[in-house]
Design a binder for this molecule. Structure first.
Ligand code: NDP
Length: 331
């Protein structure tokens, strides 16, 4: 079987560009014993992949130059030489950034086909981004009914789920996003105060939305947003540090929040987390999230680009706000 893959051609400096990627056609060999051949249907692009494009130690190893990138994908088994899989099975893997592959069966997970839920939801609301939202908000943010939750990157894959879980838990939700259209969508799914952070005076807007302050901050963005969250935090507020996308393409070290000293006086709890350390929550997450989806309490958007050749573009869109909800590539 012929397959097409996206390779890392060069390491981006600053904002990634098309020339950092290259499309390569390869032969995906017939499966040997213990292997499975898969045709990918969907692949995910995620902001964390930017970190893997730097050649430096991190919680996941760097991508290698001249090799295919990796990431979450959903595919269908074409041929199997392993007892655990048969042609037609729906599988999830980390063999994204390619439209097909042959790999050891142990690197695949079989997925159920759920009625009324499109398979690509396993890359978004029912997948890693959904679990990230669930873990960071509930384990670290620990919101209580009546509290105010502030989430940045609110119209993204993670942020939009955070906002909706916070509503389910009885909180007032303040969310930021980078356009009026994104804010309209956030209001349509129940967000109390949606703020277009590109309209200016972020601090004033968040203060007006949460005059008594915030109890939980779910940080997807870092930078000015983090500084504003510290400024408006109530005593004892919890900060779930999920990501800081505003600094992912920085070529110089980014300045810290100028008001960091307030962390002391306000007794703030600021905790980072990596979702892969919370795999034990996944069964409960799937149960809760499936229920919320079935009851219409969690909704989602997707932004979809078509074809493997569009994957670099889809990735670049994450840094220019080109996506509402989960950014996906349909293969
Ligand atoms: P999103 O779907 O939220 O896509 C990224 C969004 O970030 C863009 O749409 C854009 O929206 C916003 N953005 C981009 N640049 C900036 C900027 N300079 N300032 C403010 N906003 C910006 O991505 P995900 O939901 O997949 O990820 C959200 C965050 O969660 C990221 O920081 C990611 O790294 C992190 N993450 C962390 C995990 C963990 O285990 N800790 C796991 C998964 C994700 P807009 O139009 O609003 O600007």
């Amino acid at each position: 079987m012929k397959a097409r893959e996206i390779h890392l051609q060069s390491r981006p400096v600053g904002l990634p560009a098309a020339e950092n990627f290259t499309l390569v056609e390869v032969d995906a060999r017939a499966p040997q014993p213990g292997e499975v051949q898969v045709r990918n249907l969907w692949m995910s692009v995620d902001p964390y992949m930017r970190g893997r494009m730097y050649d430096r130690p991190s919680y996941v190893p760097p991508f290698q130059l001249g090799e295919a990138l990796q990431g979450h994908a959903i595919g269908e088994v074409i041929a199997s030489a392993d007892d655990g899989f048969a042609a037609g099975d729906l599988v999830s893997s980390m063999w994204g950034w390619r439209d097909g592959f042959t790999a050891p069966a142990k690197t695949l997970e079989k997925l159920p086909r759920l009625e009324g839920v499109p398979v690509q939801a396993f890359l978004g609301v029912l997948g890693m981004p959904g679990l990230t939202a669930y873990t960071g908000l509930l384990e670290i943010g620990q919101p209580k009914a009546g509290e105010t939750v502030f989430v940045s990157g609110g119209a993204g894959a993670v942020g939009s789920v955070v906002a909706q879980i916070a509503k389910i838990k009885g909180c007032t939700v303040v969310a930021t996003a980078g356009s009026d259209a994104k804010c309209d969508w956030l209001r349509s799914v129940g967000v109390d105060h949606a703020i277009n952070y590109k309209s200016g005076d972020l601090l004033g807007a968040v203060r007006a939305a949460a005059p008594q302050g915030i109890d939980v901050y779910f940080d997807n963005v870092g930078g000015e947003h983090l500084e504003v969250a510290i400024e408006v935090a109530r005593g004892g507020a919890r900060f779930a540090e999920c990501g800081m996308i505003s600094g992912y393409n920085a070529t110089e070290p980014t300045p810290g929040p100028r008001n960091i000293m307030m962390v002391v006086g306000k007794s703030l709890k600021i905790q980072g987390f990596i979702v892969s350390n919370y795999g034990h929550l996944r069964p409960q997450f799937i149960t809760d999230m499936s229920g919320w989806i079935a009851q219409g309490q969690v909704k989602w958007e997707e932004t979809v680009l078509d074809g493997i050749e569009a994957a670099p573009d889809a990735f670049l869109n994450l840094f220019t706000g080109g996506n509402t909800g989960k950014m996906l590539v349909k293969l």
